[in-house]
Design a protein around this ligand. Structure first.
Ligand SMILES: *[C@@H]1O[C@H](CO)[C@@H](O)[C@H](O)[C@H]1NC(C)=O
Ligand SMILES: *[C@@H]1O[C@H](CO)[C@@H](O)[C@H](O)[C@H]1NC(C)=O
Ligand SMILES: *[C@@H]1O[C@H](CO)[C@@H](O)[C@H](O)[C@H]1NC(C)=O
Length: 619
């Protein structure tokens, strides 16, 4: 049986080599590749809240909930008969946080009584790791009570995993903050655990996987996240800075409350830590619900945008917002080149004309060196001042991405630059691209969707004289608590799962060139795509190949260089078309390295449904 399969394979490769596509590579570059080309976009949807940053508790400060309702107790539970409810405090802990948890311990109770928080669909507990918990408490009326509270982690059945004791005083009728640390002694196999009170954890796992991908820019604070459902619920930079106790949070777009624990300063320091440049958006006077701010009322919003930019790059001696940045420990400005005006304003295009004009003219006057990115369809409506950059979004099928890899080849070279701020193959059903999550949509990126995106990305690389940046979206989503699929990275309380699409982003991002080498063009209607770049500092040629077909495909590369290395590195991502990396089998499809024979002419057989990167030296 095995021999029969091998025989069939030899015959197949022979036939394909006979029909190999020959790709001749030019030794002269056509254009430099912008250093910003491959990056990532942040969207709060199913990600910013829920474990991406170090907060492990859900609904930790009862932000933006209606006191007294069942919903206000989301993620909280009584233990052993305690009475718990969310109240509007008469003397709140801060102006930003008007609500508190009111706890009554009925008389006659024995054993530990109290309350717990179940986190974001669970809490991962690891023995030996230090957990920091912080909470504020007060008693409504003064008493002589003195007692110990146990702050800790338990399984849902009550097994103690780690805990510490704090002393509470009944005389304490004004808010006082308690901070404790402890180390669990047990690592339970399940994440069905709970905490007794507010806690900040340790490192954010999201940061590690982002660094591994090596993105060069980070689009913030998201698209829809910026807009808000209403003007009042828009993202406002100044509500997201300073001590957590001063952040009111906001009703987010997707049915949950944003704590704003991950705020503008955290985004910016994150960018610095990972060597990414921010592509930052300002609110454009339009929210998701469809309402536009009238031109005469735009003034305060424009001022808020000016303040936001000053927070990032302003002079602390001249701007209160910049002085705030300085007081937080960052007197130097952050790097900032691109400011996006709104998000997907093709939906608000009837009013974008005056909003763009008024916002951009005001911002240009203050910040003449910044570039402003428009978010309507290109030249629809025609805008003044004429944008120099547009943000284009594409969600579609894997096939669409492959068939559109020549999209930018046909776009006029007239000085306009393009940002693919969001793209992803999200469904295989072309008549149902935006079908409800769970129906027409992919749950996780598949090998087929990743290959389609890679085909498109070879086109972005070829057209990087006008495409200056591109980011997949969305970046990260919780395995069970999400509003959108597919996501590049999935996470739950147990860990982080890298998708096939993630590996494509990583392969393109870590294997960049600094100039593009023209080569024989792929067929526009075919299933085999490639792009060739050179990294001058190391004399490396890097060839990326996507084969979206169900059969392998043979290529012959011809390299008209003086010297070409006789062997190179081959990195290949391949698997069955509909397979995904699931939380239950997260490493099903990962890039595999091997050595490939190279030379002035060499053959390469691209496996069925695969993405490959071939690297070798030539000069
Ligand atoms: C943020 O600033 C705006 C004015 O630009 C103000 O209306 C709003 O109250 C501020 N929000 C917070 C939480 O400070
Ligand atoms: C594709 O989507 C359309 C429109 O929702 C639906 O009628 C059709 O059944 C879907 N096709 C498949 C194969 O699921
Ligand atoms: C595969 O090769 C690339 C490029 O040489 C290298 O960066 C990467 O670390 C290798 N991966 C493994 C698992 O060896």
């Amino acid at each position: 049986m095995l021999l029969w399969i091998q025989a069939a394979f030899v015959l197949l490769s022979y036939l394909q080599i006979g029909n190999a596509v020959t790709v001749t590579v030019s030794s002269t570059a056509s254009h430099p590749i912008p250093t910003t080309l491959w990056g990532q976009m942040f969207e709060d949807i199913n990600s910013g809240e829920g474990g991406l940053y170090a907060e492990l508790l859900q609904n930790r400060a009862f932000q933006q909930v209606t006191p007294g309702t069942t919903a206000s107790l989301n993620a909280w539970q009584a233990i052993n008969g305690a009475g718990i409810s969310v109240i509007k405090e008469t003397t709140p802990v801060s102006a930003a946080l008007p609500n508190a948890l009111h706890v009554t311990i009925p008389s006659g109770k024995t054993g530990q009584v109290g309350f717990g928080n179940t986190g974001f669909a669970g809490i991962k507990v690891t023995a030996g790791q230090t957990y920091t918990a912080s909470f504020y408490y007060r008693f409504p009326t003064s008493s002589g009570f003195r007692g110990n509270a146990i702050v800790g982690l338990q399984t849902t059945s009550g097994q103690v995993l780690g805990q510490t004791t704090v002393s509470l005083s009944g005389a304490q009728t004004s808010w006082t903050q308690i901070t404790v640390t402890f180390q669990p002694t047990t690592t339970p196999s399940s994440t069905a655990n709970r905490f007794t009170i507010t806690l900040d954890g340790t490192a954010a796992s999201g940061q590690t996987v982002l660094a591994e991908m090596g993105p060069s820019f980070f689009r913030l604070p998201g698209g829809n996240n910026l807009e808000g459902q209403t003007t009042a619920n828009r993202w406002q930079w100044n509500a997201t800075v300073g001590p957590l106790v001063n952040r009111p949070g906001r009703q987010g777009d997707w049915g949950y409350v944003n704590t704003d624990g991950l705020g503008i300063y955290e985004y910016l320091t994150w960018c610095e830590d990972l060597n990414m440049q921010p592509i930052m958006a300002v609110w454009s006077g339009y929210s998701l619900g469809g309402s536009s701010v009238a031109e005469a009322q735009l003034g305060p919003y424009i001022q808020q945008a000016i303040d936001q930019i000053n927070f990032v790059i302003g002079d602390p001696a001249k701007s209160a917002a910049a002085a705030l940045r300085s007081s937080l420990g960052h007197p130097q400005p952050f790097a900032l080149t691109y400011v996006e005006v709104g998000n997907e304003d093709n939906f608000g295009s009837s009013t974008y004309g005056y909003r763009w004009k008024d916002i951009v003219n005001a911002l240009k006057a203050q910040f003449p060196n910044l570039h402003f990115i428009a978010t309507t369809l290109v030249n629809n409506p025609v805008l003044s001042p004429v944008p120099t950059e547009y943000d284009v979004h594409n969600y579609n099928t894997p096939t669409w991405f492959a068939q559109n890899s020549f999209y930018y080849d046909d776009i006029a070279r007239n000085g306009m630059k393009y940002f693919e701020g969001e793209y992803a193959a999200i469904s295989t059903n072309s008549s149902n691209i935006f079908g409800a999550v769970g129906t027409g949509r992919l749950s996780y990126p598949t090998m087929q969707s990743a290959a389609g995106e890679a085909a498109y990305m070879t086109g972005l690389e070829r057209n990087s004289d006008i495409v200056f940046a591109a980011s997949y979206a969305p970046l990260i989503g919780h395995v069970t608590n999400h509003q959108w699929t597919p996501n590049l990275i999935a996470h739950d309380a147990n860990g982080v799962y890298r998708s096939t699409g993630y590996y494509v982003q990583k392969l393109f991002s870590l294997n960049r060139g600094d100039e593009y080498l023209p080569s024989t063009l792929p067929s526009r209607t075919g299933t085999l795509f490639w792009s060739v770049v050179r990294k001058k500092s190391t004399n490396q040629i890097i060839i990326k190949v996507s084969n979206t077909a169900a059969a392998s495909a043979a290529l012959t590369f011809s390299l008209p260089f003086g010297t070409v290395g006789t062997s190179g590195t081959l990195q290949t991502l391949t698997g069955s078309a509909t397979a995904s990396n699931l939380p239950t089998n997260p490493n099903l499809i990962v890039p595999v390295n091997s050595t490939i024979t190279t030379g002035k002419t060499f053959n390469f057989n691209a496996p069925a449904v695969s993405v490959s990167v071939i690297t070798f030296t030539a000069q």
